[in-house]
Design a protein around this ligand. Sequence first.
Ligand code: PLP
Length: 449
Amino acid sequence: VHADPQAGQAVKAADRAHVFHSWSAQGLIDPLAVAGAEGSYFWDYDGNRYLDFSSQLVNTNIGHQHPKVVAAIQEQAGRLCTIAPGFAVDVRAEAARLVAERTPGDLDKIFFTNGGAEAVENAVRMARLHTGRPKVMSAYRSYHGATSTAINLTGDPRRWASDSAAAGVVHFWGPFLYRSSFHAETEAQECERALAHLEQTIAFEGPQTIAAIILETIVGTAGVLVPPPGYLAGVREICDKYGIVFILDEVMAGFGRTGTWFAADLFDVTPDLLTFAKGVNSGYVPLGGVAISAKIAADFETKPYPGGLTYSGHPLACASAVATINAMAEEGIVENAARIGEDVLGPGLRDLAERHPSVGEVRGMGVFWALDLVRNKETREPLVPYNAAGEANAPMAEFAAACKKRGLWPFVNMNRTHVVPACTIGEAEAKDGLAALDAALAVADAHCA
Ligand code: PLP
């Protein structure tokens, strides 16, 4: 890695002059200036290289700068950079075919968006039009994006500033045995009680007022919460019983992260709508979309769909999706994610949990893991309180800094660190990352009682 600290300072100064950053107090941030990236790594201008255990925002499933995807974007740019959504274009049709071939069941029509939140917005719009009902239900402990409906559906503190009764959102508790809302002691109890709670919430809201239930197949940002066996099938049944549209949000879980193309494959469940983004093209060009079931697509056979975007199915984005999906299939990248999870990350993280008092629980599969950090394994008190900031969040901030000092870029959220590297990560790289985590966890351990 070539160091050029002066260039780094210049990039940072230029950034601070005019770039307004997401989710941040603009005067309090100090963004790292990034000089480049390749595979599982990115580097700064000071000669520091980081093993990317965050996949940025859990989106670079194919790693940074995959040569086939870069070449496909370059080739498409030379051919046709942009064209309105109303035209038929080869790369758009091919991207839709490749996605539709992989989505479960009869989800065979693809509406393209620029990202995850727009996918969620449009899925909800389709559900409301399909049912003629106003409300949408989503889980506490969820993230669905930052646009109007998507942020209202979100079940974390980022919603609070944008909360609007007009959004028509009703939240409920999903299953999460380690911190059970149902005083459950087994997965089976948690599943049964979570389903009963959902059905009761529906009864009290009025089933005829509910257009959709949206769930992340495996909850991502809020903690890599893998639903117990039977839960998603149970939600599917409840949706069918009350004529509610079932939306699975696979923006984070989809395209290889769980070691399968979609997390829904693991639970043998087919939603009516499935949202995707991130891993579909690893974010090389912004892209997301909604996969639509035959039943809902049929509504718009003779009646126009009242929604659209200037860049829906953008050729550069679609070309990168085609190249990404083909490369993932040709190179066995989804299988690699499964194997790394089973052989390296799973055993390695469970070993960390045994040796570190701060690791309360290990959850996940593939390249989709979370360590739930605690002050005390018996009481399960989180290492930092819910939504902690400043001094209260110091243990997590110190842990993150310790990771970075050891060349590991972590994904941290509240009292958790997620282990979400690229699906392409090699065994040696994964082991290097585990060793860095091992060292950094000593910092968290120091806060244990
Ligand atoms: N849905 C889920 C499950 C996500 O994880 C995210 C982003 O993290 C979104 C939706 C929003 O996607 P985007 O940031 O592309 O709008």
